[in-house]
Design a protein around this ligand. Sequence first.
Ligand code: CA
Length: 186
Amino acid sequence: MTILKIAKGAIGLCASMVLLMGCLKEEYPNTELFTWKAKVDVTDKAVLSVNVENSAGPTGGEGSSKVVDNNINTKFLINPYRSDFYMQLAFPQAQQVASYTLTSGDDAPSRDPKDWKFSASADGTTWVDLDVQTGQSFTDRKMTRTFSFKNTQAYRFYRISITAIGSGSLFQLSEWRVIEVPEELQ
Ligand SMILES: [Ca+2]
C-alpha cells in the first residue's frame, strides 16, 4: 500500500468518524452517563516516617523505604520489634483514604503483623482510629491483603501502629499501600 492510499484511507476513516462523534475533537463522556471515579493508590504522594528504623537506615537493603517502593520483592525489617512501633504517611495536602494493603515478607511468618490499628490525623497530634485488626495472619509469603472501611474525611496524616507480631523479636513487611476510595465505592 502506498503512502497516498494510506493517507486516503485515513481521511476516509476520519470523514466517517466525524459523522459519529466529530473528528480531531477531544471530548470526555458526560459525567451523567459515565463516572471517572475509581480507587486510586495514593501512597506515592506521601512521605513515610517510622519510629523504629532498620539498623542500616531508611535506604538500607531492608530499610523503611522498602515498605513503600511498590515492589513486593523488597521488605522493611526491624530488629528488635517494639509494641509501640508505627509507620506514618504524611501528605502535603489532606487526602481521603478508605482502604489499605499489607504485603507479607518473603520468609519467617512469625515476623508478620498480627494486631494493628490504622489511624488518621489532621494535625499529627490528635488521632482517630479508622480500622483495628487483631489476630490476623498471612497464609502465604509476599501475600497482599486489603483492608477497607468507611471514611469520607480527608486527613494529612495516616499511621499504622503494629501492636503485635506473630512471635519472636523481628518485624518485617514487604509493602504498605494506602488507597483513595470514592464514597460510592466504599
Ligand atoms: Ca517493597
